[in-house]
Structure formats: structure tokens, C-alpha cells
Design a protein around this ligand. Structure first.
Ligand code: FMN
Length: 152
């Protein structure tokens, strides 16, 4: 990929220890630091690590010297805390952004968040398009706040 598009256009995402589809990674503790050490020599745009355990970021951030995005399960507050402490350069939001296309504005104004996405339906190709069409054209910000259901 670097040869094809240039190192500055390549980003890599890892999901250590993810149990999705019965994945088992008994060597994750050794594997990901090893990969990130190697990526230090490649000067890519960013590394994005999804860590559902909450234990991986500190270890991998310490190993990787480039731009580090942390993800999975963050709230505005926990994300701000990690970035402020230097534990990541930025936080990746998935489910909250799907349910709140105006998420940056909501965070900026400490507004409530719309209801959670339906995980069963969003993973089916046939329902992804209608759902995102509906959510990708949100009501005007203040009106949608009023309709919002406080989730966290
Ligand atoms: C509907 C949906 C589909 C996703 N598909 C993938 C995927 O194919 N590969 C992947 O690495 N992560 C996938 N993710 C995870 C996101 O890239 C991201 O890591 C995650 O949503 C961040 O955590 P959060 O949702 O708690 O903010 C998906 C997330 C959602 C909500």
C-alpha cells in the first residue's frame, strides 16, 4: 500500500483481543507491540486501535511514536481524559456517531445524545442504507436535541 499511494496516505486499524466471530488471540500481548514497533519505521498517517478491554491503549501508545487514534466504548468525558493525559492523539467514535450525525456539535454544547443504534439491524446490509439515510439527514440541531433521548 505504501508503494502504491505513499506512506502519508496509509492508516492501519487494529482490534486486539476482539472476540468477534469467535476470534481468539492468545498472543495479542506480544503481537501488537511487535507490529507497532515495526510500523514506527514506516511513517504512516496514523494507527487506530480499538480496545474494548480498556487495557491495551496505555501499552500500545507507549510503543508507537506516530499519530495514535484510540477507539471503542468511549464517552465524551473518557475520551477527553485520555487525550488530555496524552494517551491518544484523537478518539474514534462509531456507534455514537451513527446515532448522532451531529456528534461534534453535541459534544461541543454538552448536549444529550440520541438513542443508541440497533446493533442487530446495522450489521445487515439490507438495513444499513435506509437507516443511514434517515440518520444522515438529521433534524436541525436544536430541534433534534429536544427530541433526543439521554443515553450517556
Ligand atoms: C455498524 C458498525 C460496523 C462496523 N464494522 C467494522 C468493521 O468492519 N471493521 C472494523 O474494524 N471495525 C468495525 N466497526 C467498529 C468501528 O470501526 C469502531 O472501531 C467502533 O465503532 C468504535 O467504538 P464505538 O462504537 O464504541 O465508538 C464497526 C462499527 C459499527 C457500529
Amino acid at each position: 500500500m505504501i508503494a502504491a499511494v505513499g506512506h502519508e496516505r496509509v492508516g492501519v486499524k487494529f482490534s486486539p483481543n476482539i472476540p468477534f466471530n469467535d476470534v481468539e488471540e492468545t498472543d495479542a500481548d506480544a503481537l501488537y507491540p511487535y507490529i507497532l514497533e515495526w510500523l514506527n519505521t514506516r511513517n504512516i498517517a496514523y494507527v487506530h486501535v480499538a480496545d474494548s478491554t480498556g487495557k491495551v491503549h496505555a501499552k500500545l501508545r507507549a510503543v508507537y511514536h506516530g499519530i495514535y487514534f484510540a477507539g471503542a466504548g468511549f464517552s465524551k468525558e473518557s475520551g477527553e481524559e485520555l487525550v488530555t493525559q496524552g494517551g491518544a492523539d484523537a478518539i474514534v467514535f462509531g456507534t455514537k456517531l451513527l446515532a448522532n450525525p451531529d456528534l461534534p456539535e453535541r459534544f461541543r454544547h454538552n448536549a444529550s445524545l440520541m438513542n443508541r443504534i440497533n446493533r442487530r439491524s446495522t450489521c445487515r446490509v439490507s438495513t444499513v442504507i435506509p437507516i443511514t439515510r434517515r440518520w444522515w439527514r438529521p433534524k436541525p440541531l436544536r430541534e433534534s436535541w429536544a427530541l433526543g433521548e439521554v443515553t450517556s
